[in-house]
Design a protein around this ligand. Structure first.
Ligand SMILES: Nc1ncnc2c1ncn2[C@@H]1O[C@H](COP(=O)(O)OP(=O)(O)OP(=O)(O)O)[C@@H](O)[C@H]1O
Length: 744
């Protein structure tokens, strides 16, 4: 087979014989025959009546195209209604009548008409051939008059124009199929079937069918205008799409396809060029030219039709199409849009068909495991093993990855960047729905959802003022335990356990307070690199508490007590899971700049204290993907906030992979974070002050970030505190921290 035809729909086999010829105008290299050509030429050069021109001409045109007394009557069973062509046509076909009739009107000498090829250049001929459809069209059925607009594109059997309803100014797409040509009977049958099927369908993910009519030469279908063309156009500009986009498009396609299958219709030619895009980027299945109803056994005729590289094994083997053949095509499409090439492309065709039968395609190793897994399910050689449309949407690829609610129009030519606010909460809700079903019972107390430091609100992007710092402690400032790490009893006293760290942190706080002296000003401090959390997100009501570390890593202590972290490169791996050097996959929510700075080298997961698994980003097992999605959402959000706020951190030794957040407690004035390495952080909401106690023994440091102070914070050793003392404000902060800690 000519490889150029590989992208074109093919139709062969019983019922629909092979080699449907292209209509003549669809292939300019095919001869149109002398008589016909002469007729067109003559008409084309004749003076044709324009819109609003002489009533005689208009009446003639309205009475029927081509100067005949009336339009050609439709076949008795034909769904095609005849049309009137209103004057103003640029085409003789539409306005003038037959060559003989028009020749009488032509002002040109016969000589010119006898040798048109000598008179016109190829481009003129091409231009003329494009003008075969009248400029104004009248649908006698509905009484509407349309103005034909520009040519949108050409298919193998049809051309498509923009169309405007003259009375309402509504814009449509006009699909024009010629009635003439050698294969006209077959083509006519195809068009009739397309109209019969398509005109009964109504679904937001299927190109709407608004009407049809015909004249002697053409059948016209008035369709919903999809101004952003098709997914094939997007692919041409982009080459590949991101996984969130693929989820978005496939969701729409699955919805439309489910509707078709419910009506026992198989599309048989699903491909990116038949997924049209509306102005607001909604995907619509179109071109039902090869669609057919399935018989009682769930199969169509045993025909070989569709686009060869997207044909299913059972189609290639001539066992006929079923709904599962469309599902196979979805697998081919998913592979194509994610990798840039179809899964089956080999030449010769026989080899490609063999690969299709064997389900043998190049493994797309660079895709995420869930994408690869879904592709392999869709491309199962046995149709019975392919998922149904409902099961397809339940696949991890959909349930554990972020799907945008809308795509921005610019995603037609460049990868979209998904911003968090304002739809942040919706995204979180969606991802979290699944997560919540996995989480165990909630914590004894729950907080308002808040983000910080210094922020409090119902959503991380929503800021509300908190109560005045320094206000007397009252019922309102009750301490809430937001999240706590899961305790394993046998590890309760081991290093890193919550109980032990609470005890150690309490001792450190007391040491600072016990310095006794109240100083008028802080002792001499120094700027030291400290591992702390410059940003945190309290979403404990639904998911947990996320934090961003000063080493660039981030983590979430989930409501169920488990902990997951994205570790930056340079950290030690040391976990029990696999660790491979792999570039990170697209972030669920893609903020490219922030993601670049995240570039996590691995993911560490602690289902409970004492158990640590590490994975590369791509190897995170499916059951943990929902948690990973939440972690990434938090991480991207915090990274962006850190960048926007210009928070500066001194370079710090990366955290060890087993570092985790053990617990988070808060009252109305402050929030306390306790880490497994003993670091204690207290973030004061109103004053924006941060207090961090880190290190042990000689390395013990109290670090303070205060408004107006150095953005890298000021650290004090225990020696300095003991010899110099603390200011009353610092003492108050320490007491506040102690109070929170005692609630754990
Ligand atoms: N409803 C529509 N809105 C906007 N553009 C459309 C619409 N329908 C078709 N087109 C455009 O018109 C062109 C021709 O479409 P058509 O469906 O006739 O053929 P095709 O699908 O490209 O090819 P083939 O029929 O060989 O599969 C394409 O470029 C397509 O993007």
């Amino acid at each position: 087979m000519n490889p150029r035809l590989r992208g074109r729909p093919l139709c062969e086999g019983t019922g629909e014989s092979t080699g449907l010829r292209f209509p003549r105008w669809a292939n300019p290299t095919l001869s149109t025959g002398p008589r016909r050509r002469r007729g067109r030429r003559a008409v084309g050069l004749s003076l044709t009546p324009g819109w609003g021109q002489s009533s005689r001409h208009s009446t003639r045109a309205l009475a029927g195209s081509h100067g005949r007394p009336g339009p050609a009557p439709p076949r008795p069973h034909s769904p095609i209604r005849p049309a009137s062509t209103v004057g103003g046509a640029q085409s003789g076909d539409a306005t003038g009548g037959t060559g003989r009739h028009r020749a009488t009107q032509s002002p040109l000498p016969l000589r010119a008409r006898a040798h048109p090829a000598q008179m016109e250049s190829r481009s003129q001929r091409r231009r003329r051939s494009r003008q075969l459809v009248a400029a104004f069209l009248h649908d006698p059925g509905s009484g509407r008059v349309y103005r034909r607009g520009k040519l949108i594109g050409k298919g193998a059997f049809s051309r498509c124009y923009k169309l405007t309803d003259m009375s309402t100014s509504a814009v449509f797409a006009l699909k024009v199929v010629p009635r003439g040509g050698a294969g006209r009977l077959r083509l006519r049958g195809k068009v009739e079937r397309e109209i019969a099927l398509h005109s009964r369908l109504r679904h937001r993910n299927i190109v709407a069918f608004h009407g049809h009519f015909a004249d002697r030469d053409h059948v016209y279908m008035v369709l919903e205008y999809c101004s952003r063309q098709s997914l094939a156009h997007v692919l041409k500009a982009r080459r590949t799409l991101t996984e969130p986009e693929v989820r978005y498009y496939l969701r729409g396609v699955v919805s439309g396809l489910r509707y078709l299958h419910q009506h026992r219709i198989v599309h048989r030619d699903l491909k990116p060029s038949n997924f049209f895009l509306s102005q607001d980027m909604e995907v619509k299945i179109g071109d039902l030219g090869l669609a057919a109803r399935v018989g009682p056994a769930g199969h169509c005729h045993r025909v070989l039709c569709g686009t060869p590289s997207f044909q299913a094994p059972e189609v290639v083997s001539r066992h006929g199409h079923s709904c599962k053949s469309d599902i196979w095509a979805l697998g081919c499409i998913m592979y194509t849009v994610l990798t840039g090439t179809p899964p089956f492309t080999a030449t010769p065709l026989s080899e490609m068909y063999q690969n299709i039968r064997d389900g043998h395609y190049p493994e797309p190793t660079h895709l995420s495991p869930s994408a690869r897994n879904l592709i392999s399910r869709l491309l199962a050689p046995d149709p019975a093993e392919r998922p149904s449309l409902d099961h397809l949407l339940e696949d991890d690829f959909f349930t554990q990855g972020f799907t945008p609610e809308r795509l921005p129009p610019h995603s037609c030519h460049s990868p979209p960047v998904f911003a968090f606010p304002p739809p942040l909460s919706r995204l979180f809700r969606k991802v979290g729905q699944l997560l919540l079903t996995q989480c165990r019972a909630s914590c004894p107390f729950t907080s308002k959802e808040a983000s910080g430091p210094g922020e409090e609100g119902t959503e991380p992007d929503h800021v509300e003022p908190s109560s005045e710092e320094g206000a007397p402690l009252c019922a309102k400032s009750r301490v809430h335990i937001l999240t706590l790490g899961t305790r394993r009893t046998e590890l309760a006293d081991s290093k890193g356990s919550l109980a032990l760290q609470v005890e150690l942190a309490t001792r450190k706080l007391r040491l600072c307070l016990d310095t006794g002296t109240v100083a008028a000003q802080d002792p001499q401090g120094e700027q030291r690199p400290v591992l702390w959390a410059p940003k945190w997100v309290d979403y404990s009501l639904k998911y947990g508490v996320g934090y961003q570390l000063s080493d660039g890593g981030s983590g979430v202590l989930f409501r169920d007590g488990s902990h997951m972290a994205l570790r930056p490169p340079g950290g030690h791996s040391g976990g029990r899971g696999r660790r491979r050097k792999t570039p990170p996959q697209a972030c669920g929510v893609r903020d490219r700049d922030s993601f670049r700075s995240l570039v996590p080298s691995h993911v560490s997961y602690q289902p409970d204290q004492g158990t640590l698994w590490t994975f590369t980003l791509r190897d995170v097992p499916s059951p943990l993907r929902a948690k990973l999605a939440v972690l990434r959402l938090f991480a991207c959000y915090m990274q962006r906030r850190v960048r926007e706020e210009g928070t500066v951190s001194m370079p710090v030794t990366p955290a060890s992979p087993d570092l985790s957040l053990l617990g988070v407690v808060a009252d109305s004035r402050a929030l306390l974070l306790l880490f497994s390495n003993g670091t204690l952080q207290v973030s004061f909401r109103t004053s924006q002050t941060q207090l961090v106690l880190s290190g042990e023994g000689e390395g013990f440091l109290l670090t303070l970030w205060e408004p107006g102070g150095p953005s890298t914070g000021v650290s004090y050793s225990l020696d300095a505190l003991q010899s110099h003392g603390c200011t009353p404000t610092v003492q108050q902060h320490l007491r506040q921290g102690l109070r929170l800690l005692q609630s754990v």
